[in-house]
Design a protein around this ligand. Structure first.
Ligand code: ATP
Length: 152
């Protein structure tokens, strides 16, 4: 699967914990273009706005899974005439759980993870309606063959 990435894009990586967002970001984007979505939201919003003003490609690794959280980025991308691309990691709950079991650090409880998986399923239905034109869902079957085509 080829995913076109216009040079001036805001890419939202969304998916439950353990779905492979950071792994994907590391494999396909420069570290300086990737911002963790888990930091203080006000600071992140400022940083993203600053980068979009300059037309710098920006990838957010782990946008919170609510439509509310995404709304801000839809507005921001419109304001700056930037392409908004959502990449949704549609990784089964059992696989996320299994991966998180073998990771160090803190991870959501099984119950919280289930909630994240449900939120992702809702997001998959709603992303286009929210005004995100470029929506791509990746599964464990497709993720390894994906390529991002950087376009001027
Ligand atoms: P979090 O939101 O908790 O930070 P994440 O969605 O960013 O999670 P990763 O940190 O990318 O998930 O991956 C979680 C674990 O799953 C890691 O140990 C990683 O090595 C493994 N993993 C991720 N993607 C793949 C893949 N495509 N194939 C095999 N293992 C993977």
């Amino acid at each position: 699967m080829k995913i076109p990435i216009p040079e001036q894009s805001l890419v939202l990586l969304i998916g439950p914990s353990g779905s492979g967002k950071s792994t994907l970001a590391n494999a396909h984007f420069l570290p300086e273009d990737v911002l963790p979505g888990t930091v203080d939201e006000a600071k992140l919003h400022d940083e993203v706005a600053r980068r979009l003003k300059q037309g710098t490609l920006t990838v957010i690794d782990g946008v919170p899974l609510s439509a509310e959280s995404r709304r801000h980025y839809v507005t921001l991308a419109r304001e700056h005439h930037i392409a908004l691309v959502a990449v949704a990691m549609d990784t089964p709950e059992a696989l996320c759980l299994e991966r998180n079991r073998t990771r160090t650090g803190s991870h959501p409880s099984p119950r919280a993870l289930r909630n994240q998986v449900l939120q992702l399923q809702n997001a998959l239905k709603g992303l286009a309606k929210e005004g995100i034109r470029h929506v791509h869902a990746l599964t464990p079957e497709t993720v390894d063959a994906v390529s991002f085509e950087h376009r001027p």
